[in-house]
Design a protein around this ligand. Structure first.
Ligand code: PDD
Length: 292
């Protein structure tokens, strides 16, 4: 990563420490905005079309007009990747759109341009030791609103969930609503029972994860049975394997839930297979990029 991190803010590329927004920005005042996190391997954004589609869905849901075309988004992201590729590490692109700067009033302001911000941070894959040992999770009541499919920047519940997990000596929180498991604090949820992968169906109770969708696709194309349906708390606690997935954590095995071992307390064989399939996808993106 170069010494000077270059970011995009409202039409300009500039050093991170020169990027400033008004304290009246509705992102700062109300958390009124949406975001995306896009992994970049071999300088290629992974599943960019999927991320831009989910961004559009989030913008539609909160009634912000997309300020940029798909090609403009691609150009900005490509430029940010190029500007920050020193050192050759993989990157994580964070982009955020808020409803812009206006006098504080809950109702939408008239004719205010949205604030658009894009940055890159180095992306390190989960450490091998952590993958070998697996991670611990705790269950928590999912007290969020019923629009969890929107990738909103207002993440206070998620921040508190994650911190509660860490305070309990775990890595992630797995959320329970009405006796059903929904997702993690910043990840989607999978279980395995009798060699079948199960993940909650998409709904307003969870984020439609891009990594989740890829895992479902990989299962189907590799002949692993996969069901998208509710997971009850009892099923969660009796699972043969539990995994979490996200663009930054990829797919990680959970080996302890609320201090009790998941099955034999070791990462399971179906996780191991899925992890390899996921790594193969990353590798093919890198080799396609190298061939260009
Ligand atoms: N979060 N569910 C929640 C609540 C999330 O915040 C995330 C990702 C996911 C997984 O989605 P995806 O596979 O598209 O990354 C599910 C990102 C990584 C974050 O907030 O940093």
């Amino acid at each position: 990563m170069s010494e000077t991190v270059i970011v995009y803010l409202n039409g300009d590329f500039l050093p991170l420490d020169e990027a400033k927004v008004s304290v009246l920005d509705r992102g700062f005042i109300f958390g009124d905005g949406v975001y995306e996190v896009i992994p970049v391997y071999g300088n290629q954004p992974f599943r960019l079309e999927h991320h831009l589609q989910r961004l559009q869905d989030s913008l539609n849901a909160i009634q912000i007009n997309n300020p940029l075309s798909t090609n403009e988004w691609k150009d900005i992201i490509t430029h940010i990747i190029k500007q920050n590729k020193d050192g050759g590490s993989d990157q994580s692109i964070y982009l955020q759109i808020t409803r812009g700067v206006a006098r504080r009033d809950h109702s939408f302001p008239d004719d205010t341009p949205p604030t658009v911000f894009v940055m890159s941070t180095p992306l390190n894959p989960p450490e091998q030791t952590l993958l070998n040992s697996g991670i611990d999770a705790v269950t928590l009541p999912d007290i969020r609103w019923l629009n969890c499919h929107i990738k909103a920047i207002s993440l206070l519940p998620n921040v508190l969930f994650r911190q509660q997990a860490i305070d309990a000596g775990a890595t992630e929180a797995i959320l329970l609503r009405d006796g059903m498991a929904t997702e993690g604090a910043a990840s989607n949820l999978f279980i395995v029972k009798n060699d079948v992968i199960i993940t909650p169906a998409k709904s307003s109770k969870l984020l439609p994860g891009i990594t989740r969708d890829l895992i479902v696709e990989l299962a189907v194309s590799n002949g692993i049975q996969c069901e998208e349906r509710d997971i009850s708390e009892t099923e969660l606690r009796n699972a043969d394997e539990i995994w979490i997935s996200s663009s930054t954590k990829e797919v990680m095995p959970v080996v302890k839930l609320d201090d009790l071992e998941v099955a034999n307390g070791k990462p399971g064989p179906i996780w191991s297979k899925m992890y390899q399939l996921y790594q193969a996808c990353k590798a093919s993106l890198r080799s396609a990029a190298a061939a260009d």
